[in-house]
Design a protein around this ligand. Structure first.
Ligand code: ADP
Ligand code: MG
Length: 595
């Protein structure tokens, strides 16, 4: 059986098992399963946010609380329908997440998790101190849900609603990950420079993901309020947040299924502890907290991948979900191409570029021009400032002074992603690929700025035609660099030299006017270098302009139309390869240094 059909069979079996479970189980087990379903929703948001997106939240229970309190207040104090409560709860949760996200998501490093603890505590405190929300006693007499005249007051009826919503949330998340916004989300861990280089805004991607995770928590909160018919501050405090995070970690942050596995693990363990601990001590509550803390530490030490990671290892990835929908077929129309400037027209002009790093002048008053359809080589000994020059003209780094014009526009000081959107695509000297994404997905990320589908469209699978276009384009670029037959392998499995070539395919997927390559031939064997040279010449014929840093002199000399030589941050010489090779100053600069 193929991997995909095995995966489908497993999912179908799960669905049947979930549908039949209440028939075989007692009331206690059914309400435990209800709690597990609710926990799963929150944990699923955390798997996406923390596991996939790399942003840790210690405050997720606060979003559950905002939703639970919103619907509780609307249905008790205002006497409105719980279904209006749902809309109100999700709206308030989404808006709170948006506000909190805008305040905190730009914080780097440890500040983000720390800030989540802060707002987690404040929101839980708020619930306990507002008169309208019942202070510490909370709100009771929340009406049960009903569909028409059919009441869902019974735990078994709630069970089906909860698990239906869990199922839909999984479907949404699964669709999302294999889509345009999903690829951006999966690239967040690669850093904002990687995303900006394909024209995406890492902050916005992270913000949208943060709101989505909060909406999942909000759904959980709404279900919680109408299932328990009573809300009080305690279940939404930081301790609860940590429990949700523990679910996600225990199940396995790397996989969606980790959410349900983790929720089950933690809640079953908690139940067992609550039975056993009172027999051992009178302070069972404290001991429970300590036990969970110890469990957390053990997990982080010995089982980072959680239970799912462990299962995956023993099944050798046989039940792994496919990466990207590759059986989509050809699109009705391929992605449109931009019109390339006429050969010979100036497209890039650098004037008096200067970059200082403290006292070091890495680029010192460098000027040069690039015309459409040329291949220009930028060479110079190690540390000459070539990579820095690339970072300046792609706006990856701000310039200390100077001017850069690209396609008649002054781009100095422009955000990198906007420059990328204008048609300036680059690769990196230190490869920036997502090792756990397939070759196809890595290249498809390059087409980000040419396409539009957002998270909602992707989650609901309304993006299929565009997705076909993107994958078709990505496949075309993979064929171009000769890696089409390995499209579904993970990028991390390629040798470093080949990874550089893959970066070129990603850059090409952006349909660039100017391609900026930082040492693309490093680590390639002779034959591979020749193939790369062929590819670059072919691109030039097609009208793509190329700016290249390369150490291999033979390779560059045969390839380029013109060379700019840098030394100690300054421009030394500029000219055709033969003249540069003969120049005494160049020979002196290279004497004793490896070219
Ligand atoms: P090349 O690519 O030509 O080998 P680079 O542009 O990487 O050279 O580096 C030029 C000089 O600038 C080097 O001396 C390097 O140490 C310094 N440099 C580069 N990036 C930074 C940075 N972010 N901070 C401080 N110094 C840097
Ligand atoms: Mg360099």
């Amino acid at each position: 059986m193929s991997r995909i059909s095995r995966f489908r069979l497993l999912v179908a079996l799960l669905v049947v098992a979930i549908a039949l479970a209440p028939l075989a189980l007692g009331n206690f087990s059914v309400s435990l399963l209800n709690d597990i379903g609710i926990g799963t929703l929150v944990a699923l948001g955390l798997v996406l946010l923390t596991g996939v997106g790399g942003a840790t939240s210690f405050g997720q229970a606060a979003f559950v609380g905002i939703a639970a309190y919103s619907t509780a207040w609307l249905t008790t104090a205002q006497g409105l329908s719980p279904w209006l409560g749902l809309a109100f709860a999700l709206l308030l949760t989404g808006l709170s997440a948006l506000a909190i996200g805008m305040l905190t998501l730009r914080l780097g490093g440890h500040f983000l998790p720390l800030s989540t603890i802060a707002w987690g505590i404040s929101i839980a405190m708020l619930f306990g101190n507002v008169d309208g929300l019942g202070r510490h006693t909370g709100l009771s007499n929340i009406p049960p849900l009903s569909i028409g005249s059919f009441s869902l007051a019974d735990a078994r009826a709630m069970y089906y609603l909860i698990w239906l919503i869990v199922g839909l949330a999984f479907l949404f998340s699964y669709n999302l990950l294999a889509s345009r916004p999903g690829r951006a989300i999966r690239s967040l861990r690669g850093g904002s420079i990687l995303l900006a280089s394909v024209g995406a805004d890492a902050y916005k991607v992270r913000l949208a993901l943060f709101v989505l995770a909060a909406i999942f928590a909000g759904l959980a909160g709404w279900l919680y309020a109408h299932m328990n018919r009573f809300v009080s501050p305690a279940p939404f405090d930081v301790r609860a947040s940590i429990e949700y995070l523990l679910m996600a970690v225990a199940g396995g942050l790397g996989q969606l299924a980790g959410a349900v596995v983790g929720a089950a693990l933690v809640l079953v363990a908690k139940n067992a502890l609550q039975d056993v601990l009172p027999l051992l001590t009178q302070r069972a509550g404290q001991l429970e907290a300590i036990t969970f803390a110890a469990l957390f530490i053990l997990l982080l030490h010995f089982a980072r991948g959680g239970l799912m990671g462990f299962l995956r290892r023993i099944t050798k990835g046989r039940f792994q979900a496919p990466q990207s929908a590759d059986k989509l077929g050809a699109p009705a129309t391929p992605l449109p191409h931009r019109e390339l400037p006429r050969r010979g027209t100036p497209i890039l002009s650098v004037q008096g570029a200067v970059k200082r790093f403290g006292g070091l002048v890495a680029v010192n008053d460098v000027s040069f021009e690039v015309n459409a359809g040329e291949i220009i080589g930028l060479i110079g000994p190690n540390g000459a400032g070539k990579s820095t020059m690339f970072n300046l003209l792609t706006c990856t780094l701000p310039m200390t002074s100077g001017q850069v014009r690209f396609l008649e526009r002054d781009i100095a000081g422009m955000p990198q992603r906007e420059v990328a959107r204008l048609g300036l695509a680059r690769t990196f000297q230190h490869v920036k690929l997502r090792p756990h994404m397939s070759l196809l997905d890595n290249v498809a990320l390059g087409a980000h700025s040419r396409t539009h589908s957002g998270m909602l469209k992707a989650g609901l699978r309304l993006d299929r035609e565009e997705e076909r276009q993107i994958l078709h384009e990505a496949m075309k670029q993979l064929e171009r660099i000769g890696l089409a037959d390995r499209a579904h392998e993970l990028a991390g499995s390629l040798p470093l030299g080949t990874q550089r070539i893959l970066e070129i395919a990603r850059a090409l997927a952006a349909d660039p006017v100017l391609l900026v390559l930082d040492e693309p031939a490093a680590g390639l064997r002779r034959k591979e270098k020749m193939a790369l040279g062929e590819l670059l010449r072919k691109l030039r014929e097609e009208g793509v302009t190329i700016l290249i840093v390369e150490h291999d002199m033979d390779f560059v000399m045969k390839l380029v139309d013109r060379l700019v030589v840098m030394n100690f941050g300054s421009k030394l010489v500029e000219g055709v390869p033969a003249a540069v090779r003969a120049d005494e100053r160049v020979q002196a600069a290279y004497l004793g240094s490896v070219a």
